[in-house]
Design a protein around this ligand. Structure first.
Ligand SMILES: *[C@@H]1O[C@H](CO)[C@@H](O)[C@H](O)[C@H]1NC(C)=O
Ligand SMILES: *[C@@H]1O[C@H](CO)[C@@H](O)[C@H](O)[C@H]1NC(C)=O
Length: 279
């Protein structure tokens, strides 16, 4: 007796379990009728369209408030990194083999194109020693201070088209990254050192590796379209005893408030590169 009851119960159980997925009597799928499902889908469709619309609207309003000329949100002005040209932190070449240093010479040559005196003549002859502040009310395009390639003298590639690489006294160019609104204090200059017992002579161009304040501040890509960063060239006066050795050169921005000793960022206001010249 009990066994038949059990069977019936179990049969009912299986049928109700199947019914919970699809019930042919009521036409319900997972406990809902087709029209109920359609309503739910419709609700979510409208809901997500509404969300997407809200998102697009806020983005659009946000973009409208942005100005092409001035970045809107700046908390504090960061410190610039220092970079070198040729664009390699591991420079090595054979001074007797032009093929080995051709890439560096080519790179310097193309990098300096925009500093050609003929282009720079068009720019302002600014007053050295102070920041070149330009009024915001004036027409939006800012004037650019002239930096003539010829001021790099023996590292300009003009008198010596090999930048000293053929004589084993290579020129390295240094520049600071562009930072909008940066106004360095003091009198910034570049100082390079080589970790070695007897120091290696270095020649700086312009004089004493000065980075003139008149090239600051930078007003941004669009407002300050033809802006050129000031450069410092350092000519490493290597001698015979320095060849065939890997030398580590460290250059820093000094004489100003620009950071050059951040422990976490070793490119902030300084750069370290290796150079090896063979003959
Ligand atoms: C450098 O180049 C010269 C000329 O091609 C060659 O005689 C010399 O062996 C090279 N030096 C080294 C260390 O490869
Ligand atoms: C350059 O840096 C070295 C090492 O930090 C220092 O001894 C030297 O006085 C500096 N030279 C100048 C001109 O600041």
């Amino acid at each position: 007796m009990a066994s038949t009851e059990d069977k019936a119960a179990s049969k009912e159980n299986t049928s109700s379990w199947k019914d919970s997925i699809y019930n042919p009597r009521t036409g319900e799928l997972l406990g809902r009728t087709a029209s109920s499902w359609a309503l739910i889908l419709l609700f979510y469709l409208v809901f997500y369209c509404f969300l997407a619309g809200m998102f697009a609207l806020t983005m659009w309003v946000m973009l409208l408030t942005l100005d092409d000329y001035v970045p809107r949100y700046r908390d504090r002005i960061p410190n610039p990194g220092l970079v070198i040209r040729p664009d390699s932190l591991d420079i090595s070449f054979n001074k007797s083999d032009p093929l080995k240093y051709a890439q560096y010479v080519k790179h310097l040559e193309s990098f300096l194109k925009s500093y050609d005196d003929i282009h720079q003549e068009k720019n302002e002859n600014c007053v050295p020693g102070s920041h070149y502040l330009q009024d915001d009310d004036e027409e939006m395009t800012k004037k650019v201070c002239r930096f003539k390639r010829s001021s790099l003298s023996r590292c300009s590639g003009l008198s010596d088209t090999n930048f000293g690489y053929h004589e084993g006294k290579p020129c390295i160019l240094l520049k600071m990254n562009r930072i909008i609104g940066l106004k360095p204090s003091g009198d910034p200059y570049i100082n390079c050192t080589i970790k070695k017992e007897n120091p290696i002579q270095m020649h700086y161009f312009p004089y004493e590796g000065r980075v003139d304040k008149m090239y600051f501040p930078y007003y941004g890509k669009k407002a300050h379209e033809n802006y050129v960063q000031p450069l410092v060239a350092v000519k490493l006066m290597l001698t015979k005893e320095d060849y065939n050795k890997e030398l580590t050169v460290e250059c820093r921005v000094e004489g100003s408030n620009l950071r050059n000793n951040d422990e976490r960022d070793k490119f902030l206001g300084r750069v370290t590169f290796r150079i090896k010249v063979v003959e």
